[in-house]
Design a binder for this molecule. Structure first.
Ligand SMILES: Nc1ncnc2c1ncn2[C@@H]1O[C@H](COP(=O)(O)OP(=O)(O)OP(=O)(O)O)[C@@H](O)[C@H]1O
Ligand SMILES: [Mg+2]
Length: 258
């Protein structure tokens, strides 16, 4: 899998004139990587992910997956959003089967695949529960299972833990890291939370606003085995501070460990 975003410009024409949401965006994600894009509100993160998902088009520039231009949504890219997007009238199992149903997968195969991925996210016991009976963290695990069940080449996540409380968020971060290691899924996630980006990823694209640009690519060279303790390490704090400085606009190249 090779995702490439090259020379992307995205402009919205509004009644107040043109808004340049993204400018000069170049990025890539390779098989098995966990990459985050981090930036303040309005830096174009959701716009960028929507272009990769094929939910919108760049004004100019290209998005390609394995050399093929993205022209719409596709089963090669799974998406998890910030807000809970489960269908409230379907139980957990049916929600996870939904994407497979759209793909025309047979009923028995759907059931098997959905069960397999509910097991991956640790929710087998809740297969018959309705979304309203689940906590926020559990709902996001169902959304992750639903995306993974279609076996996408890459999982795209737009602030998936943004609506969760601090403790649940931390539990979900550890869950996601463990899932990434176990399933070898390729992940591109966006977040405004610098700590989350440093904790989860191997590479971070730091984005700034007006217009949304990639200011810096930071390689996170932390030991593979990340736990709660990792966040207390001086090296972790250093990455976090460096990225915060870029976001505040007072970064110098020498300050970066990358
Ligand atoms: N459909 C649209 N029409 C007009 N302007 C838009 C549209 N979508 C996004 N924008 C503008 O593009 C810019 C980037 O928006 P975007 O939602 O991508 O930012 P974001 O980084 O995801 O912010 P947040 O962290 O708040 O989610 C903003 O100025 C926004 O107002
Ligand atoms: Mg957003």
């Amino acid at each position: 899998m090779h995702l490439e975003v090259s020379q992307v410009l995205k402009q919205f024409d509004t009644s107040n004139g043109a808004i340049v949401a993204l400018k000069d965006i170049n990025m890539h994600v390779e098989t098995g990587e966990f990459v985050c894009a981090v930036g303040a509100s309005g830096s174009g993160k959701s716009t960028l992910l929507r272009l990769v998902a094929g939910l919108d088009y760049p004004t100019s520039g290209d998005v390609t997956v394995d050399g093929a231009r993205v022209v719409g949504p596709g089963s090669d890219r799974g998406m998890v959003f910030q807000r809970y997007t489960l269908y409230p009238w379907m139980n957990v199992q049916q929600n996870v089967e939904f994407g497979l149903k759209l793909q025309g997968v047979s009923k028995s195969d759907r059931r098997m695949k959905a069960s397999e991925y509910l097991d991956v996210v640790g929710l087998s016991k809740f297969a018959r529960a309705l979304p309203k009976e689940l906590s926020g963290g559990m709902k996001q695990r169902v959304a992750i299972a639903r995306a993974l069940a279609c076996q996408p080449k890459i999982l795209l996540m737009d602030e998936p833990f943004g609506a969760l409380d601090v403790q649940t968020k931390e539990t979900m971060q550890l869950f996601l890291l463990e899932l990434w290691e176990r399933t070898k899924t390729t992940i591109l996630m966006i977040t405004h939370d610098v700590e989350e980006a440093v904790f989860l990823s191997q590479r971070v694209y730091v984005m700034t606003a007006r217009p949304g640009r990639i200011q810096k690519e930071v390689f996170i060279d932390l030991p593979g085995d990340r736990t709660y303790e990792t966040k207390r390490k001086p090296q972790f704090q250093e990455y976090k501070n460096d990225i915060m400085d870029i976001l505040r606009g007072k970064q110098t190249d020498e300050a970066l460990v990358a």
